[in-house]
Design a protein around this ligand. Structure first.
Ligand code: AHG
Ligand code: MN
Ligand code: MN
Length: 316
């Protein structure tokens, strides 16, 4: 018998409670993958004509993925509210306001790749509420540092559909097997290699990077001789970095003074997974997981990778 997502129940202190939520993520992933495959036939490629809270054009698939993810979280009965890249406010699940957990999500990551059939992903993390169960969940429940995250992970819509997650006891990768409609454990106990790999960054911004990142990256390149890979979808760049080693970064620059990637549903979940896989996740000189969030949609600089490479990058 293959090991499936049910195995999450046996992992970590909250594993039993995480299992239905992560299974919900799996169902959302299957539905979103189907929508992605058929989008061109349904006229669902292209812009939705609306902007999200970050002032970015929403694509129709951003909106559809957001709706699918929310419905699957609602159907678990374990989630009281969802904070999404595509929603300005926290979305409370009215039937389950007493439930214990909140989910933060980037429903479709790397959506600029959609027009060219490039890889995209979904990123999520799960926290326990701070308000009393008798209260209505509040956005302050989402403003928890990465040290308080219970589980996190991502879905990669690539040639295969993969769900990679951690409940705080290491990282496992599951691949969707369409012949039995299950996510099967295909990559147990993922550890980032300390040697080899690539550096991954949008180097066209190097002239405008802040925090000395231009010099820092040159030092890393000179010392390691690493080759370069960049997909432009954090999930795909993170997944390669996790499996092959190296470093992924999105520094602050003089257009995005605090960076581009969002703390709660991009930096923290990926930082959590990276650290659980034996790597390091930094934001300037502070660990990503130590940042105390101020707002739902705040952005931070992000440097993720193997310990050795991050230490060379930051000269620490
Ligand atoms: P999203 O599609 O959710 O807005 O995220 C896009 C992010 C991330 O996936 C990627 O690492 C980064 O934007 C790429 O940005 P550039 O095009 O500026 O390199
Ligand atoms: Mn994203
Ligand atoms: Mn997105």
């Amino acid at each position: 018998m293959s090991v499936t997502l049910n195995s999450v129940a046996k992992q970590g202190k909250h594993g039993a409670a995480m299992m239905p939520i992560i299974q919900g993520v799996g169902r959302a992933a299957i539905e979103i993958a189907a929508v992605l495959r058929s989008a061109v036939f349904r006229g669902a490629l292209g812009q939705a004509g609306s902007e999200n809270i970050q002032g970015e054009q929403q694509q129709m698939l951003d909106v559809l993925a957001d709706e699918i993810f929310f419905e699957e979280m609602r159907s678990t009965g374990f989630v009281c509210a969802v904070g999404s890249e595509e929603q300005e406010e926290l979305l409370v699940i009215d039937e389950y306001t007493q439930a214990d957990y909140l989910v933060l999500v980037d429903p479709l990551d790397g959506s600029s790749n959609l027009d060219v059939d490039g890889p995209v992903g979904t990123i999520f993390s799960i926290v326990r509420r701070k308000t009393a169960n008798s209260d209505r969940p509040h956005v302050s429940d989402t403003l928890q540092s990465g040290q308080e995250v219970i589980a996190a992970g991502y879905v990669l819509y690539g040639p295969a559909l993969m769900l990679v997650c951690s409940v705080g006891t290491g990282v496992n990768g599951y691949t969707f097997n369409s012949s039995n409609a299950r996510f099967e454990l295909s990559h147990p106990d993922i550890r980032i290699p300390e040697t080899g790999g690539y550096y991954s960054v949008n180097e066209s911004n190097s002239d405008i990077w802040l925090d000395n990142m231009g010099d820092n990256l040159e030092r890393l390149k000179n010392k390691t001789g690493l080759g370069m890979r960049y997909v432009g979808a954090m999930v795909a760049d993170m997944h390669r970095t996790l499996l092959k080693g190296g470093i992924f970064l999105y520094p602050a620059d003089n257009k995005n003074n605090t960076g581009k990637l969002r703390l709660l549903y991009e930096a923290i979940p990926m930082g959590f997974v990276m650290e659980q896989a034996g790597g390091k996740a930094m934001s300037k000189n502070i660990a990503v997981l130590d940042i105390k969030p101020d707002t739902l949609h705040q952005r931070v600089p992000v440097y993720l990778g193997s310990k050795t490479k991050i230490d060379i990058l930051l000269d620490s």
